[in-house]
Design a protein around this ligand. Sequence first.
Ligand code: DAH
Length: 354
Amino acid sequence: MTEEGNGAPAVAAARIEAQAAAAIGAAQTTDALAEAVTAVLGKRSDLARAHRDLGRLDPDARREAGRDLHDARQRLEGLAAERRGTLAAAERAAMLQGDRLDLTEVTEVLTPMARGRLHLVTQTQRALEEVFVAMGFTVAEGPEAETDWYNFEALNMPPAHPARSMWDTFYLDLGQPETVVLRTHTSPVQVHLMEHQLPPIHAVMPGRCFRRETPDARHLATFHQLEGLVVDRGITFAHLAGTLETFTNAYFGPDIHTRLRPAYFPFTEPSAEVEITCTICRGAGCRTCSSTGWVELAGCGMVDPAVFEAVGIDPGEWTGFAFGFGIDRCAQMRHGIADLRILDENDVRFLRQF
Ligand code: DAH
């Protein structure tokens, strides 16, 4: 063995270890690390080759060089294990980050779409109910399909009464011809109520009504009314006028003027129409109010004794007033909607504004 031969394995071990450590440190993924480990510690590595070459050394040098190579391998294996731990943790973190479900994004997208709103007519109906409930009224409802008795006869319109032509009626194909109708107004709910409840009565009755007519800026074939009925002792027209005034002030504000005009309804005597200043033109006259400056909101009057008799209430003991507001008209005047037909179009760009 030469001098050179004796010293070479230790130098070789240090060089091999430095190169191997650099390769292990350079690996950026666990797969790359596995390849690097095979290259620097496997059968074809410089380290394995140096081990195989030990046989050419004399026994003392072989023992010493063998220990150096063994120690180097131990350190490299430790280094590889440490590097593997670091890379595996980073890879797991990256994978979890990638697989994460971003639930905040999902709720952001869904919430505005899932949240709807009440139709303007429903909002208006509830607002009107609230005003009357605050005044001490209760709320009642009745059916949309009525017999002739409830829609006409009990309201003082016997068969063939000319006033029936005030309402263009949809008849249902049920029972005898022309005996079942889609209610043309909410007044029949008054009849149901008085059949079921003894006076005193203070109630409002909202609901959907139907008329066989061509829709225009102020009329829909399917529309909504809020009926009112007060039956008590000593009720006068002054109570009616005061109630209407209180209501219009509360709902439209004190700037809007109201007027009562004499009218005719078979179920009230005397009868009147409630009109307010057209809010579209502020009274100047426009298409919506047919250039009159006024818009009719309700019919009203003192309950006709014939109606009390039809439901078995003694008109000598009880008097009362009644009214029927157009709910859609109230929405129209409150929000300045020039043409009522837009309420039926269900265009969300319109409805979203309310
Ligand atoms: N029912 C009537 C209509 O639809 C409105 C009405 C007028 C209702 C007078 C009433 C009333 O209660 O007393 O045209």
